[in-house]
Design a protein around this ligand. Sequence first.
Ligand code: M6R
Length: 615
Amino acid sequence: MCGIVGYVGNGDVVSVLFRGLTNLEYRGYDSAGMALQDQGEIKIYKTLGKLINLKNELEQKKPEIKHPTSGIGHIRWATHGSPSLVNAHPHTCSCGRLVVVHNGIIENYKELRAELISKGCNFRSQTDTETIAHLVADEYAKAKDLEMAVRNSVKKLQGAYAICVMHKDVPDLIVGARKHAPMLVGVGDGENFIASDTPAIIEYTKRTIYLEDNEIAVITKDSVKVTDIEGNIVTKKIEMLPWEPVALSKLGYKHFMLKEIHEQPDVIRNVLNGKLYDIDAPIALNEVKLDRDGLKKLNKIQIIACGTSLHAALVGKYLIEDFAGISVDVEASSEYIYRKTTTDSSTLVIGVSQSGETADTITAIKQARAKNSHVLIITNRPDSNMARLADSLIPVNAGIEVSVAATKSYTAQLISFYLLAIHLAEIKGSLDNSYLKNIKHELIQLPTKIEEVLSNTSEIQECARKFSSYKNFIYIARGVNLATAYEGALKLKEISYINATGYAAGELKHGPIAMLDETMPVLSILIPGGITYEKVLSNSEEAKARNAKLIALTSSTDINIDALFDIVLRIPQVSEILSPAITCVPLQLLAYYIAEFLGKDVDQPRNLAKSVTVE
Ligand code: M6R
C-alpha cells in the first residue's frame, strides 16, 4: 500500500527519496510524488503509475531543482479518490506553503473538510489527506509552530495515519506523527530519515527509532525529538535493523519472486535453527510464554490471518489437532472482527502475518487481547505493529520478502506451525516417541528435498507453457494439502490473473464437477502412503471422465499415474503430514512461470499491495 520517506541532510535529497520509494514500491501503488525544500521554495513533483515516470519527470525538471536540503516522498495506493495526479501526494494547503504525505485513512475527513471549506480553504482533490494539509495550515496560522500545529491537528483526526509535514517557512525540518499506521525514524550522522517502513532507509542507516501511536517526531539534519501527544519528551531506544541492504537485491534472478522461491531451503534451515537440532531433544520453543501447565490444560486455539497466512493457518490447524489433539478454529481476520466470537481468557489466539501490519489482523488481535486471551504472533516482521501486541512472538526469520506474492514467508510460517504443533504434543505427551523422531528427522531433511525440486524445474516450465493459455483451473486435494490447493490457486490468481480455485477433492462431485470439460484443467495433489491418496486419485478419474486435462503433483513413482494424467510434476518422497512444506514449491513455480510466459508484472501484480494496512 502507500509508502512514505522523508529526509533532511546534506546528501542528494532527490536520490535518497527516490531510493527510499523504490525500496517501498513492492508494497503496491498507483502514483508517486515528492516535495523538496529547495532554496526557500517548496517544489512538488507527482506522476501517475510506476516510479520510472517520477524519475523521468524529475530528470526533465532537473534545471529547476537547484540544491534541495530536505524533502518528503510518497507512493499512493488509492483509497479515497481515483489514482490521478490531483489525488497523488504530497498535498498542500491552499497557499502551497505546507505539504503533507499520509498513509492510512482519516475517517472524519468529511466533517473536517466541510469546516475547513467554510473557513475559506480551497480543496482540489478527493482525498482525505488534503484535509490534513489544510487543517495543519489552519493550526499553524494560530500556533506559529509546526510541531504544535501538527499536535493540535492530530488531536482532531479520527482513523489511521502516518504523516510527514513540511512548511516553507520552517526549512529543513520534518514533523512526523502516527496512529494505527507504522512510522519510524532513521538516525544518521548529519542526516536523518523518516519513513513508513524500514526498507526505505536501510541503504543509509540501520539505526532506527520506532514511533508508537500518538507520538510525534521532529527531525532536522542534526536532531531527532520525539514527544507524546501532549508534548512531553519521550526517551526512545535506538534499535539496530537486523538485515542487510542486499536483501533488496534480486541477486541475478529475473524477479524477486523467483529469488524468494529459491531461498526457501535456507529459510527453513533458519527457522529450525536453535529450535530443532537433535531428534532426541524436545523442540526448543522458548518464544511461547505460556507455562507448561497452561499449555497442558489448553483446549481451545483460534488462529486469525488473511490471504496466504490464512492458508498457513489451515495447515497449522491440521497439525495441532493431529499432533496435540487441541481443538483449533481458523478464521479470516476480516470475518472475525465483525461477529460475536467465543474467544475468552482461556483461548490461545494465534495471529499469523508476513508483514505484521495487516489492518484486519491487527484489529482482530486487539479484540482478542481485550478478552484477555494470550496472544501468540507468528510473523516475518518482529519489528511490526502486530509483533508489539504479542504476549508470545515467533519470528519466522524468512528475511525481507519483496515480491507481493508471498512464498518464502509461507513456508517459514508452515515450519513454525510444525514446531509449535510438535512442541504442544511433547508437552501433552500426545504422540508416540518414534513417530515424533521420524517427523523431526524428516523436518531436518526438508531443505535438501526442496533443493531437489528447485534444481530441476523443466517439467514445471513445460507444464506452464502448455497450460498458460487456459482461463480457469481447479486445484484439488484432501486433508493437510487442502490448504496447499487453496494457496497454489491463490498464487496463480494473484500473479497471472487466471481464475483458479482450490477445492476439497471430495466436494468436486457436489457441484464444481458441472463446470468440468476440456477447457478446465484439474491439478491434483497426490501424496501416497497417507490417508488421502487413493481418494484423490479416484476424484481425478472423475474429472478425467469429464474430459478435463489433468495435472498431477505427486511423490508417487507409480507409472499408472503417467497414463492417467496429462502432466506429472514429481516431488521427492515425503510423508503426507510434512508434504505441504514441499508441495507448495512446485505450485509457486508453476504460477511464476505461467505469469512469466504471459508477460505479467510478477513482483507487483495489479491492484495488490504487500501490506494491506486498511480494513
Ligand atoms: O502480511 P500478511 O501475511 O498479514 O498479509 C496477508 C495477505 O494480504 C497476504 O498473504 C496476501 O494474500 C499475499 N499477497 C499472498 O501472496
